[in-house]
Ligand binder design. Structure first.
Ligand code: DOR
Length: 430
């Protein structure tokens, strides 16, 4: 099986070339490749990037298949240009045992649109009381390499210390949802003038920053690797910078929504804007953009969090936190980072593919676009703008804050090991 990507520009650089992928491997990159038996994708001068890797996706299977399944989540991922995603553990049952993690892994392979790597829970049932069987999950078929109680913070410092010590021994990474729960009781919005005026209970920046600082120090002493989920404040950026300068093995992600939206969105009380951590202030957005450009924040991760209509179409304080992200991530990153001159296409490849793959040690993702490398790539039309239509997304849910918004850049084709997993038809571009 072979695929010919006709007239594409790797990393958006130079004249268009033809890229031939045979048996999953890039075999030729030349001005003009003649491959009569290949499936031809006409790039028309589009940008070619390594396939995107998402370290933070909620696929909701098992347990909430009314909001997303491994099948619909995979389709959404492929449409967003993703070739690997990490499925968070806050399912029902929780992915705190090898039975669940291997199930998610096997279902992902059966669907076959994207590599789905299950994230294992750090604590049993995400309850923060006893460590889950991390070693058993790591030794299973899925070879779990990322552990997180995301949705909940591993708040107990002793338990976090033990988790980091085990993780160091296993060579795996702990991803922390940094939220000191005593500081966020009943909180639904960023603590600041907007929430105060709207009468919404506030979540202070310090709830995130206190845990980031603590866990940097715990990781240092355990010789472990810690990854900070959805960094959202300017203070977190300063702490990451400090910790990295000490040589601490800390990495961090930022979501597209925290790069693009701020708490002025709350004025309408529309619960589509409720998310954990909350949308912050414009100054935080600016600091996060700078940090992603400079590498202090390593990568973009979606925190794709599908929710049912009844869980979003209700009072702000009753709504579940979370937003869709997979199908809009690239466009939001282009709007906030490329159109602002903070990143070029090489930079997009770094933050959406290469760095996330490195953080979790995926050796076949985030690879250079070169002969002999995996044919796992994404084609992006940088010049077409599109209008997001929530009900047309592949996701089973519709809770996107970007609905009806016009965004730049369209993922036209996604290829996983030489197999086309998504191809956008022109009618889909409005
Ligand atoms: O907004 C969020 N939603 N943040 C999280 O950490 C969890 C997620 C979810 O599972 O819905």
């Amino acid at each position: 099986m072979s695929v010919l990507l006709h007239r594409v520009r790797p990393y958006g650089e130079g004249e268009p070339v033809d890229v031939l992928i045979e048996d999953g491997i890039i075999t030729r990159i030349e001005a003009d490749v003649d491959a009569p038996s290949a499936e031809v994708v006409d790039g028309g001068g589009a940008v070619l990037l390594p396939g995107f890797v998402d370290l933070h996706t909620h696929v909701r299977e098992p347990g909430r298949e009314d909001t997303e399944t491994i099948e619909t989540g995979s389709a959404a991922a492929a449409r967003g240009g993703y070739t690997a995603i990490f499925a968070m553990a806050n399912t029902s049952p929780v992915a705190d045992s090898v039975v669940v993690t291997d199930h998610v892994w096997r279902r992902g392979r059966e669907v076959g649109l994207v590599d789905i790597h299950p994230v294992g829970a750090v604590t049993v049932g995400l309850k923060g009381a006893a460590l889950a069987e991390m070693g058993t999950m790591h030794a299973g078929d899925a070879g779990v390499r990322l552990f997180s109680d995301d949705g909940h913070c591993v708040a107990d410092p002793l338990l976090m210390r033990r988790a980091l010590e085990y993780a160091a021994g296993l060579g795996v990474v702990i991803a922390q949802h940094a939220e000191e729960p005593r500081l966020t009781e009943n909180a639904v919005a960023h603590e600041g003038p907007t929430a105060a005026r709207l009468g919404l209970a506030g979540w202070p920046r310090s709830a995130e920053e206190a845990i980031v600082a603590r866990d940097a120090i715990l990781a240092r002493d355990a010789g472990a690797r810690v990854h900070i989920c959805h960094a959202s404040t300017a203070g977190t950026v300063q702490l990451l910078d400090w910790a990295k300068k000490q040589g601490i093995a800390i990495t961090a992600e930022v979501t597209p929504h925290h790069l693009f939206l701020d708490d002025s969105r709350l004025e309408t009380y529309d619960a589509v804007n409720r998310v954990n951590p909350p949308l912050r202030e414009a100054s935080d957005v600016a600091a996060l953009r700078e940090a992603l450009a400079s590498g202090v924040v390593d990568c973009v991760a979606t925190d794709h969090a599908p929710h049912a209509e009844q869980d979003k179409c209700c009072e702000f304080s009753q709504a579940r936190p979370g937003m869709l992200g997979l199908e809009t991530a690239l466009s939001v990153v282009v709007a906030s980072m490329v159109e602002t001159g903070l990143l070029d296409w090489r930079g997009v490849a770094r933050v959406m593919s290469e760095r996330p793959a490195e953080i979790v040690g995926l050796t076949d993702q985030g690879r250079p676009i070169a002969v002999g490398e995996p044919g796992t790539v994404t084609v992006v039309d940088p010049d077409t703008r599109w209008t997001v239509a929530a009900e047309e997304l592949a996701s089973l849910s519709a809770n996107t804050p970007f609905d009806a918004l016009e965004l730049p850049a369209v993922v036209t084709t996604t290829v996983l090991r030489g197999r086309v997993t998504h191809r956008r038809t022109t009618s889909e571009v409005s």
